[in-house]
Design a protein around this ligand. Structure first.
Ligand code: BV8
Length: 237
């Protein structure tokens, strides 16, 4: 811990990559945590696909509506706050890259976070919108739809099999290649291209996680503990 704290103090450019474990202590279940309710028998990686949405839009929309309600009830934790505060104290030194669509980093004040997988509270049209497709005037439903052409609204997140937003991914790759230190927090490191950022980091890689991950072998240090407990200590000046 002391050694890594020294690396943080010495680093000019720090990249931080976070996953679902970052929000676990806020009360947001991780992707690994068992699904609850209607979705308990579904693998999230099957639900978060265009195929699943087209096959059963009501069910997938319902899953996102359930997650939105749950996320709206929780708050950023001490880990989110420590990252935002560090960035405010040291402008230009950190790049925060997240796989999370919950917006908790942004609510903690990290407004420049690179959200690789989108934002669960935003919607977009499933098919290329026509002149008749007006989001504000979408017909109520699960999901809301265009009552002229039947186009449906979907959550503005990146589904499996879909490309990440190019500029966001490019900025994240640039930060990884320019960093002296990368903190990899609360991610199992199985989803790509996000996990690939830890493997292309130019600087030292430090894993913060309660469990072993796919990326441990690529790390210079592994800190076994929670994000909300370890990040405030690691980021104290
Ligand atoms: C694409 C948004 C191509 C939706 C998400 C290379 C190799 C293998 C496979 C692939 C590859 N390249 C591409 C693929 C396919 C696929 C992929 O990676 N599959 C995996 C499963 C094998 N990737 C894609 O499909 C990507 N797109 O490749 O497109 C393309 C290119 C051009 C043109 C057309 C197509 C898109 C991937 C993004 C999918 N969307 N989310 C939604 O949220 O609904 S991914 C989603 O799952 C999350 O965003 C996150 O990324 C991932 C979950 O992973 P984690 O965040 O790590 O969470 P997890 O639950 O797994 O782990 C939690 C960790 O926290 C654990 O380690 C736990 O121990 C720890 N923890 C728990 N509590 C705490 C803690 N740690 C600290 N403190 C705590 N308190």
């Amino acid at each position: 811990m002391e050694q890594v704290h020294g690396w943080v103090r010495a680093a000019r450019r720090i990249a931080v990559l976070t996953g679902a474990g970052m929000s676990a202590e806020s009360g947001v279940p991780t992707f690994r945590d068992a699904q609850t309710g209607l979705w308990s028998k579904f693998d999230p990686m099957q639900l978060a696909t265009e195929e699943a949405f087209r096959a059963n839009p009501q069910m997938v929309w319902g899953w996102y509506a359930f997650r939105r309600e749950m996320i709206a009830k929780v708050d950023p934790n001490a880990g989110h706050r420590a990252l935002a505060a560090f960035a405010q104290r040291h402008p230009g030194r950190t790049t925060l890259i997240t796989q999370n669509v919950d917006g908790l980093h942004q609510r903690a004040g990290a407004t420049h976070a690179l959200a690789l997988h989108g934002n669960i509270f935003e919607d977009k049209w499933l098919d290329t919108p026509k002149a008749c497709c007006n989001k504000e005037a979408a017909a109520a439903g699960s999901p809301p739809y265009c009552d002229q052409c039947g186009n449906m609204l979907r959550p503005d997140v990146v589904w499996f099999g879909e490309p990440l937003p190019l500029r966001t991914l490019a900025a994240a790759q640039e930060a990884a290649q320019a960093c002296d230190l990368m903190l990899v927090v609360g991610t199992s490191g199985v989803v790509y291209p996000a996990a690939g950022l830890a493997r292309m980091a130019a600087g030292k890689v430090v894993i913060v996680n309660t469990e072993p991950t796919e990326l441990d072998e690529a790390a210079d240090a592994v800190l076994r503990g929670t994000a909300a407990q370890l990040l405030p200590q690691l980021l104290e000046d």
